[in-house]
Design a protein around this ligand. Structure first.
Ligand code: PLP
Length: 399
């Protein structure tokens, strides 16, 4: 499998366990990006020459592929700069329609990109931000969600899969309950879509946001799925070229969806790379991808559970992530020591500071696995951990 990923071959002495931050890109994706720059390099939509028409067709094909992948209509797929951009757009477009006293439900489990847009709305509008009470192990449950849902709830903005703990939110039930009170549901799917089948129609979700770079796709490209009638109802949040139909000095009309939400020149090279990205995921199968990631994670976890100086925070979860700390060692010290052995994992609050405050932790280490990892990576990771623990014992951090 590693032979499909040049960056893994070019860094053979490294063990890449940071796929929750960004996945490694396969050669086919890089080739598609190069194809754009080598053979097209022009703009789309507005050219009548053959290169522009052909590039436009390829971008349309990419949109259709994304739509098919998540069971949406092609006009329901808005290309954005990434999940953060998509989530901000949702908050901005809905916020215009909120009134005094309206309630928005979110949680302390959120990535900052899911939470901060709504915190910002609450600073500018007289709305009430409500938080689903997390269980003691920081999970969102339907039972606790029901406690904050009221007839005043207008928006529910939650993560599908936590980027720190790998927990899955029971969004199916939450979406049903939210719709019963007429609320709109916006789901942050950045960590879910690389690991599970997403069917937006079956979920009946209103907005679903994700980034391509976490699913073996290019950077700089995200998706905002929105139900057709909602995208038609809301105003665009960014104005400029390409998204309008007719402009005069005192008025503007917008293009049809999804184009009214896509302002200016899009990241065309990245859009070219959508096809090989989705083809790769489809050829392996998302269930196999997840099975392999969880298998490797569990191999590592089993060894880590035998180490007295390791504290794991999400051992019981079926996930591709291990959230942990080394007793007595700050995560930044630990991650630097591991980096000396070319073990690539993350330390910090992972853009989820409210969650770390809830857990009463200043930071955590995160090892995240994907299908291109192998048993050798697990072995090197465990060896690196043992070496790091020994080092901190020697210098007296671990008693
Ligand atoms: N939401 C979650 C759960 C994430 O893990 C991330 C990225 O780590 C984001 C949102 C933001 O994604 P991006 O940085 O691609 O915009």
């Amino acid at each position: 499998m590693k032979e499909l990923f040049p960056a893994l071959l070019n860094n053979k002495d490294s063990v890449y366990l940071d796929s929750a931050a960004s996945s490694i890109k396969p050669k086919a994706v890089i080739d598609a990006i190069n194809d754009y720059y080598l053979n097209y390099s022009c703009n789309i939509d507005r050219g009548v020459y053959k290169e522009s028409i052909s590039a436009t067709n390829k971008c349309n094909e990419s949109r259709e592929m994304v739509a098919k992948y998540i069971n949406a209509k092609k006009e329901e797929i808005v290309f954005t700069r990434g999940a953060s951009n998509s989530l901000n757009m949702v908050a901005m477009m809905i916020s215009e329609t909120l009134n005094d006293g309206d309630e928005v439900i979110t949680s302390e489990l959120e990535h900052h990109s899911s939470f901060l847009p709504w915190l910002n709305v609450s600073k500018h509008k007289n709305i009430v931000l409500k938080f689903v009470e997390l269980t003691s192990d920081a999970k969102i449950t339907v039972e606790n969600f029901k406690k904050v849902l009221t007839n005043k709830t207008k928006v529910v903005a939650l993560t599908h899969v936590s980027n720190v703990l790998g927990y899955k939110t029971p969004i199916e039930e939450i979406i049903k309950l939210s719709h019963e009170v007429g609320a709109i549901v916006s789901i942050d799917g950045a960590q879910a879509i690389p690991h599970m089948k997403i069917d937006v129609k079956a979920l009946d979700v209103d907005f679903y946001s994700f980034s391509l770079h976490k699913m073996c796709g290019p950077t700089g490209l995200g998706v905002l799925y929105g139900k057709k009638e909602l995208l038609e109802k809301y105003n665009p949040v960014e104005l400029g070229g390409e998204m309008n139909d007719e402009v005069s000095i005192d008025s503007v009309t917008y293009k049809a969806i999804p184009h009214k939400f896509e302002t200016g020149t899009m990241p065309i090279a990245s859009i070219f790379a959508v096809k090989p990205c989705i083809e790769l995921l489809n050829s392996i199968g998302i269930d196999n991808i997840e099975k392999r990631s969880v298998y490797l994670r569990n191999l590592a976890l089993k060894e880590m559970m035998k180490m007295d100086d390791i504290i794991v925070y999400n051992a019981s979860e079926e996930s591709s992530i291990i959230a942990f700390n080394i007793r007595g060692v700050h995560s930044h010290d630990a991650v630097s020591s591991l980096a000396e052995d070319n073990i690539c994992i993350r330390a910090g609050h992972h853009c989820a500071e409210p969650l770390h405050k809830f857990l009463k932790l200043s930071s955590t280490l995160r090892a995240s696995f994907y299908f291109y990892n192998d048993e050798e990576d697990v072995r090197k990771f465990i060896d690196g951990l043992n070496k790091t623990i020994e080092f901190f014992k020697e210098v007296g951090y671990i008693g």
